[in-house]
Design a protein around this ligand. Structure first.
Ligand code: PLP
Length: 363
């Protein structure tokens, strides 16, 4: 025994459960559990990391000016000083929570929210309040009903993970207008690229519309750089300044920074990835529905078929695993009767659909 004890809210924090890897696979593994880009990283990003590798003995530029300028140029943000970069967007979630919410405070989310929000709230001693969704979709009225005087941050992924649903721009704008000024509105745009460039521009403009709104983004999904760990946020001036107080001076490694600059400066790779996703997402939804596995519309790079019961979903999960196909169980997100399947390469999508045909024909 030791007298060294973690803070009570650290002991209450349950670690995030990642998608994981398939142990003991017999052949090549079909990985459709973590919403990764099936094309891998942009070849230009790989080249940039190779080049940057020779200089890793030198600390990165602590201002990350070149990366922030590249993000600004690619996204039409006029003031690159209001862009903050991070080691994955998970770090943005943690740093914002650390800045604005502590013991006695609340962070607000919706029923099937990305679980890092709750992990971060609990780890900082704040309470995490979840409001119900309707038809797997967040709604402004329910969110406003969950706001109290203690609410510090509203986290909303739009499109949401793991549901793939999204609130319309009109609804988002209306929510922004009605949210009390003491609540920081964090729009998590991890999947915004899959919606399209107009939507990306629209959520960027929401940040400029009201000083309580932040947009966070990641290089882990459409950019195919999940292991490089790179995220960023576009923030109102005052929040950007607060954020800089606690950001680690070298929180982004120089390989990730180089990869990020190369990747965000090449819209063709992103457009190609988005087109592949749109095409295959529709094919997968149709095929799953045809097999009786009801699958709602998705705006992201994954789909969530319904298996009718938690037992059948668990059996299907194991059935796929047995064929070296890994998809995501989402019981922890309050969706025990569904599985989340990422849109992968044509070959991998065909493999999971063929396996699910066998599954539905046999049980
Ligand atoms: C994948 C994902 C992220 C990105 O996390 P990183 O730390 O940038 O890898 C953020 N938000 C949501 C909703 C996600 O699904």
């Amino acid at each position: 025994m030791t007298d060294i004890r973690p803070l009570p809210h650290i002991l209450k924090t349950k670690p995030y459960v990642p998608g994981g890897k398939l142990a003991g696979a017999k052949g090549p593994v079909v990985m459709l559990a973590s919403n990764e880009n099936p094309f891998g990283p942009n070849p230009l990003a790989i080249e940039a990391m190779r080049e940057a590798a020779t200089s890793v003995h030198v600390y990165p530029d602590p201002t990350y000016g070149a990366l922030r300028e590249a993000i600004a140029a690619a996204t039409g943000i006029r003031d690159a000083n209001r862009i903050a970069v991070s080691s994955g967007s998970d770090e943005i979630i943690h740093l914002l929570t650390q800045c604005y919410a502590g013991p006695g405070d609340e962070i607000l989310q919706t029923e099937h929210a990305f679980s890092m929000y709750a992990v971060s709230a609990t780890a900082h001693g704040a309470a995490c309040i979840s409001v119900p969704e309707t038809d797997l979709t967040a709604g402004a009225n329910a969110i406003l009903g969950g706001v109290s005087e203690r609410t510090r941050i509203l986290f909303l992924a739009n499109p949401n993970n793991p549901t793939g649903t999204m609130m319309s721009l009109e609804a988002l704008t209306q929510l922004q207008d009605t949210l009390p000024p003491h609540v920081l509105f964090v729009i998590d745009g991890a999947y915004a690229e899959y919606v399209g460039r107009d939507y990306e521009a629209a959520i960027r403009d929401l940040v400029d519309r009201r000083a309580n709104t932040v947009m966070m983004r990641t290089f882990s999904k459409i950019h195919g750089l999940a292991a490089a760990r790179l995220g960023w946020a576009y923030l109102p001036q005052e929040i950007a300044e607060t954020f800089q107080r606690i950001r680690g001076p070298f929180n982004v490694n120089s390989l990730a920074a180089a990869a990020g600059i190369a990747s965000i400066s090449d819209p063709a790779f992103i457009a190609m990835s988005r087109e592949h996703n749109t095409l295959w997402r529709a094919k997968m939804i149709d095929a799953l529905n045809a097999r009786g596995l009801t699958t709602p519309v998705s705006h992201a790079n994954f789909v969530i078929p319904e298996f009718g019961s938690a037992e059948r979903a668990a059996v299907a999960h194991a059935f796929l695993k047995d064929r070296d196909i890994l998809v995501r169980a989402i019981a922890g997100y309050g969706l025990p009767t569904r599985l989340r399947i990422s849109v992968g390469s044509a070959e991998d999508n065909q493999a999971v659909l063929a396996a699910l045909t066998d599954f539905t024909e046999s049980r």
